[in-house]
Design a protein around this ligand. Structure first.
Ligand code: GLU
Length: 445
C-alpha cells in the first residue's frame, strides 16, 4: 500500500477499534488508490480519504418489542449515513444476529463506491439490527419492524435517506416498515423505501435485480475471454433472494448450476438446480435446502462442509461476507475455475482475492458485480418520482445497460491505470474518483 495512504488507513483503524469487517473493507479499497493520488494530489490536500472514512452521521437506537409469548425483547438498531456527495444516502437494512456497528460500516463504506459505479444519483448508507427473523412469526416480525421504524422514520426521507432490503429484509419487512412510516408521518411517500410490493409503488425486476445483475456482469467478464455462461458448470453459495435469481439467470443463459448452500450445508444436483422447486421451498415455505434435496430425485444434501469443494468453471458467492477464504479459493482454482462474480458483499477474504488474481481468474468484486440491486432501487425511485411504473422488459433492459456500463467503467479504468483485467482496481478507482470529484466541488462539509 502507498505509504501516504497507509498512514491515513492506520489512523482510521485506530479510531474505530474492534470493527474487523470495516477495517478489511477500508484496507481493500486503499490498496487500489495509490496511483489515483499520484495523479490527483488535490485529493490528499482536501483530505478526501479521511472524510470518506468518517460517516456523515451514525444512528444507534434501542428497538423494544414483545414476542408472541408477551415477553419484552430488546434489539439494537443502526443506520449509518455514510456519504451524500452523489445523492441521498441509499443502501439496505440487514436483520441478522451478527449485525453490529463494524458490519454496518463495512457495508455502508462499500455502498458508497458501488452506488457511484451505477451512475445513478445515490449516496451511500446502510443499516440494520441484530434481530434474528428466523423462527419468528409474521406478527413478531411486524411488531419488530414497527418498533424499528418508530425511531428510524425521523432520520429518513425521499430526499434524505432511502433504505431497502439486505439479508433478512425482503418484501414482507419492507411492507411493515413502509406501513409504519406512512402511519407516523401521514404521508404516502413512496420514494422513502425501495423493494416495495408491485401494487404499492415497487418496481418490477427489483426482486430479481441483484442476482440477475451479478450474472450479467459475469457474462461481460466471460466475453473478454471469448466465452459465455453457455455450457459453464456453476456453483452458487447461498439460497436466498440473490442466490435464487443468480441461479435462474445463469441457467437461462445455458449454464448448469450444480450446487447451492444454506447455513447448514449444501446441495449437489448434477442435473442442474430445479428453480421452480427451489423457489417453492425457500420463498413460499421459508424452508431449508435439506427439504429441497429430499424432494428432488438425484440431488444429495451434504451436512456441514463447504460448497466450494464442488468443482466449477464459474463461482457466484451469494451468501455473506468472508464466506470464501484462501484455501477454498485455491481449491476452486485447482478445480479449473475460470470466473467468479460476487453476488454478496465482500464474500471473498483478502487472501482469496489474492489467490484468484494470481491465478488469472476473472474476478468481479461485489461493489461492481452485485450493484444491480441498488441500481434497480434507483430505477424504483425514478418511477416513484414520476408516479409511473415500467414494464418488466423495459426495466430489465435498463438493468442490463447499467451492468454493461459498470463492467465497461471497471475495465476501462483498469486499462487506464495500466492493470488490464483487474476489476478490483477498476471498481475501486472508478467509484472513488466520482465521489471524490463531487466532494471537492461541494466544499468542506
Ligand atoms: N442491500 C443491497 C446492496 O447491498 C441493496 C440496497 C438497495 O437497494 O438500496 O446493495
Amino acid at each position: 500500500m502507498d505509504a501516504r495512504l497507509e498512514a491515513i488507513r492506520d489512523t482510521v483503524l485506530a479510531r474505530n477499534p474492534g470493527e474487523a469487517e470495516f477495517h478489511q473493507a477500508i484496507t481493500e479499497v486503499f490498496e487500489s488508490l495509490g496511483p489515483v493520488h499520484d495523479r490527483h494530489p488535490e485529493f490528499l490536500e482536501a483530505a478526501i480519504l479521511e472524510r470518506l472514512c468518517e460517516p456523515e452521521r451514525q444512528i444507534i437506537f434501542r428497538v423494544p418489542w414483545t414476542d408472541d409469548a408477551g415477553r419484552v425483547q430488546i434489539n439494537r438498531g443502526f443506520r449509518v449515513e455514510f456519504n451524500s456527495a452523489l445523492g441521498p444516502y441509499k443502501g439496505g437494512l440487514r436483520f441478522h444476529p451478527s449485525v453490529y456497528l463494524g458490519i454496518v460500516k463495512f457495508l455502508g463504506f462499500e455502498q458508497i463506491f458501488k452506488n457511484a459505479l451505477t451512475g445513478m444519483p445515490i449516496g451511500g448508507g446502510k443499516g440494520g439490527s441484530d434481530f434474528d427473523p428466523r423462527g419468528r412469526s409474521d406478527a413478531e416480525v411486524m411488531r419488530f419492524c414497527q418498533s424499528f421504524m418508530t425511531e428510524l422514520y425521523r432520520h429518513i426521507g425521499e430526499y434524505t435517506d432511502v433504505p431497502a432490503g439486505d439479508i433478512g429484509v425482503g418484501g414482507r419487512e419492507i411492507g411493515y416498515l413502509f406501513g409504519q412510516y406512512k402511519r407516523i408521518t401521514n404521508r404516502y411517500e413512496s420514494g422513502v423505501l425501495t423493494g416495495k410490493g408491485i401494487s404499492w409503488g415497487g418496481s418490477l425486476v427489483r426482486p430479481e435485480a441483484t442476482g440477475f445483475g451479478t450474472v450479467i456482469f459475469t457474462q461481460e467478464m466471460l466475453k473478454t475471454r471469448a466465452t459465455s455462461f453457455d455450457g459453464q458448470r456453476v456453483v452458487v453459495s447461498g439460497s436466498g433472494n440473490v442466490a435464487i435469481n443468480a441461479i435462474a439467470k445463469a441457467q437461462a443463459l445455458g449454464a448448469t448450476v450444480v450446487a447451492c448452500s444454506d447455513s447448514s450445508g449444501y446441495v449437489v444436483d448434477e442435473a442442474g438446480i430445479d428453480i421452480v422447486l427451489l423457489r417453492e421451498v425457500k420463498e413460499v415455505e421459508r424452508g431449508r435446502l435439506k427439504d429441497y434435496a429430499e424432494r428432488r430425485g438425484g440431488a444429495s444434501y451434504v451436512e456441514g462442509g463447504s460448497v466450494w469443494d464442488v468443482n466449477a468453471t464459474v463461482a457466484l458467492p451469494c451468501a455473506t461476507q468472508n464466506e470464501l477464504d484462501g484455501d477454498a479459493a485455491a481449491r476452486l482454482v485447482r478445480n479449473g475455475l475460470l470466473a467468479l462474480g460476487e453476488g454478496a458483499n465482500m464474500p471473498s477474504t483478502r487472501d482469496a482475492v489474492a489467490v484468484f488474481q494470481e491465478a488469472g481468474v476473472l474476478f468481479g468484486p461485489g461493489k461492481a458485480a452485485n450493484a444491480g440491486g441498488v441500481a434497480t432501487s434507483a430505477l424504483e425511485m425514478q418511477q416513484n418520482a414520476s408516479r409511473d411504473s415500467w414494464s418488466f422488459e423495459h426495466t430489465e433492459e435498463r438493468l442490463t445497460e447499467i451492468m454493461v456500463g459498470i463492467h465497461h467503467r471497471c475495465a476501462s479504468t483498469a486499462d487506464e491505470y495500466g492493470d488490464p483485467g483487474n476489476y478490483v482496481l477498476g471498481a475501486n478507482i472508478g467509484g472513488f474518483v466520482k465521489v471524490a470529484d463531487a466532494m471537492l466541488a461541494q466544499g468542506l462539509i
